[in-house]
Design a protein. Structure first.
Length: 620
């Protein structure tokens, strides 16, 4: 068999083995990652169906990590990334520093030279980006609290690879410290970052606009691959990781109107190549070293997982995570990472430690990776937080004049008003329990998240005259509004607001109408309280109208001058507008009369209810 046919056969074996093992392991609940690892071990070290130690497969599979980071970057706007800065440079930095120092201390205590101990400690402190993010994505937890914390740690670890590789020449026994700093390389690194940012901000969107107008889909796919691989290669030449370059390119395109199409084009390549990476990890397992050093590996691997998990848990709690979130982060990231392979190989090349030590460390990292699905499962079991139930997304019959997102108590009353008028309403909500409860009262609600464009499309947002966003959470509301404003700019948005700050934020986003969730109920309550104190109904209504008017005027002023504008408008001593009907004297409370023929007193009349209209506040 010639070389080309042998290579073709290896490709078929890799695909077939990955498909078979991934399917079986997914069906039995162990996840595709562990299936790919198992397939690699069986096809490589065990049966020798694939020649080599998996190094070439790993290099190709690393492109899967590159594509994965690009897709994550597409979902992270620069503003959102800035919001994670505390977790990235706080939790991430603390994790690398403390885990590296702790493992280095253990290594030195066991008699290892401090230089080798430094490389071992900080090499093992790095976790696997591929394993962590793939498990989060499979569980649909990338955007959860613990998912964002785990991502922040992994992102800082990717940044930490650069200085760790740069310091290796200083640790070499025959190193020349004066030759460690290369001004040209430093300038190249800074220039590459600036070039990528400028290109992402000013060139990529016009480029994709031209190709989209041409209407050639294969050209768009080629352009997407070119952007990802080109940015990755640029950062690799500058001394950074390829994954970091792809991530920056993704962040630069996060605001682009072509973001979703780029994600759809890259996703198939990401899935295949990432699976190939995990198979390559399995192929790289050296069973001879495992057999010779099995006791060391058997002791060192659980020790590594334990030390990193404990440090991650307490650091997560220190940085404000709940027990549930901290438990899941610590169980997701205790393994060694793929960058450790590069770090240990470079350390062996610099004679910091022997090639045999490097192979032993690689075996420990590989085994820790293989145990990651198990540690993640344990973390989920230890976490008391219940997983939100999921229902099938079925949008048959959806599409109405009004689309309501979020079936909160606020939305339930809104829907009753619309339905009473005979208005067609489509309602979507992401809570299975709320949907079931609403069904008992005759409401038809579709299961789906308003944070997903495909759900909004399926729910008929393009046919809706008005979209009413009635979600409970302020952050969720803002994300939905931003998504609709970006993807469906002509849609009229009516939004439930949390407080005055939120109202101003929504008005700045250009929503058609907003109302604070407690405003009108509080005004009605205040009017009834005045009447309970003896104020006549007309005076109470006039006072409430005046409070509403001043609130409206101040809100318009705050849109221009800021939150603290117009304080005097709400603190006027004289709140009663002129002219008003003179209030009647306070009513005297009297005991209710009783009917001699009845033992029970005559019930008082029910309080008069009013519907106080709110003036629509529009952005000038």
């Amino acid at each position: 068999m010639d070389e080309s046919r042998a290579l073709f056969l290896e490709v078929i074996l890799l695909l077939g083995g990955g498909i078979l093992a991934g399917t079986i392991f997914k069906r039995i609940g162990l996840g595709t990652v562990l299936g790919y690892l198992f397939a690699g071990i069986v096809m490589g070290p065990v049966l020798r169906l694939v020649e080599g130690d998996g190094t070439e497969i790993l290099h190709i599979g690393e492109l899967g990590v590159v594509f994965l980071l690009f897709i994550i970057g597409l979902e992270l706007k620069a503003s959102r990334l800035w919001a994670l800065r505390r977790q990235i440079f706080g939790l991430g930095l603390a994790q690398v520093a403390l885990s590296g120092a702790a493992i280095m201390g253990i290594a030195v205590y066991l008699g290892i030279d401090w230089r080798a101990g430094f490389v071992i400690g900080f090499g093992l402190a790095l976790s696997s980006t591929a394993f962590g993010l793939q498990l989060l994505e499979e569980a649909g937890e990338t955007n959860t609290r613990h998912g964002q914390a785990a991502f922040s740690v992994l992102l800082f670890q990717d940044l930490a690879v650069v200085p760790l590789l740069a310091v290796l020449p200083f640790l070499a026994p025959t190193s020349d410290p004066a030759a460690g700093f290369d001004p040209m390389q430093f300038g190249l690194s800074v220039g590459a970052i600036l070039a990528l940012i400028v290109a992402g901000r000013y060139l990529l969107n016009p480029l994709f606009r031209i190709m989209a107008n041409a209407g050639a889909r294969e050209v768009m796919i080629g352009a997407a691959l070119f952007v990802v691989l080109g940015s990755a290669m640029l950062m690799a030449m500058a001394g950074f990781s390829m994954a970091m370059g792809a991530f920056i390119a993704g962040v630069m395109l996060a605001e682009s109107s072509y973001r979703h199409e780029l994600e759809a084009d890259i996703e198939p390549f990401r899935g295949i190549l990432l699976g190939l990476f995990f198979i390559g990890v399995g192929l790289s397992v050296d069973l001879a070293i495992v057999a010779r050093e099995w006791l060391t590996i058997l002791v060192a691997t659980p020790a590594l997982l334990t030390v990193k998990a404990v440090i991650l848990y307490w650091l997560s709690r220190l940085f404000g995570e709940s027990h549930n979130s901290a438990a899941r982060v610590s169980a997701l990231l205790p393994q060694g990472g793929e960058f450790a392979f590069v770090l240990f190989a470079s350390a062996a090349a610099n004679a910091i430690f022997s090639v045999e030590t490097s192979s032993l460390l690689v075996a420990i990292v590989t085994l820790s990776m293989a145990l990651t699905p198990l540690t993640a499962f344990i973390g989920n079991r230890l976490s008391a937080e219940l997983q939100e139930e999921q229902l099938d997304e079925d949008f048959e019959g959806a599409g109405s004049d009004v689309l309501i997102i979020g079936f909160s108590r606020f939305a339930q009353i809104t829907a009753q008003v619309l339905l009473s008028n005979g208005t067609d309403v489509t309602i979507i909500d992401s809570s299975a329990e709320r949907i079931r409860n609403a069904a008992r009262f005759g409401f038809r609600i579709y299961f789906g998240s308003g944070l997903r464009r495909d759900v909004l499309e399926a729910a008929g947002i393009r046919r809706a005259k008005i979209v009413a966003v009635c979600t409970n959470n302020q952050e969720t509301t803002d994300q939905i509004v931003d998504l609709i404003r970006a993807q469906f700019p002509t849609i009229r948005l009516y939004v439930r607001s949390y407080d005055r700050n939120h109202s101003l934020s929504l008005l700045a986003r250009g929503v058609e109408y907003e109302i604070r969730e407690t405003l009108e109920s509080a005004l009605v309550f205040g009017a009834e309280t005045l009447e309970g104190l003896g104020v006549d109904a007309e005076t109470a209504d006039a006072i409430v109208d005046d409070v509403r008017r001043r609130d409206f005027e101040r809100l318009k002023l705050q849109q221009v001058e800021g939150l603290y504008a117009g304080m005097d408008m709400m603190n006027q001593r004289k709140a009663t507008p002129e002219p008003l009907i003179k209030p009647k004297p306070k009513l005297q409370l009297v005991e209710p009369k009783t009917d001699p023929s009845s033992a029970a007193p005559t019930p008082p009349a029910a309080p008069r209810r009013r519907l106080l209209g709110r003036r629509r506040i529009r952005q000038e």
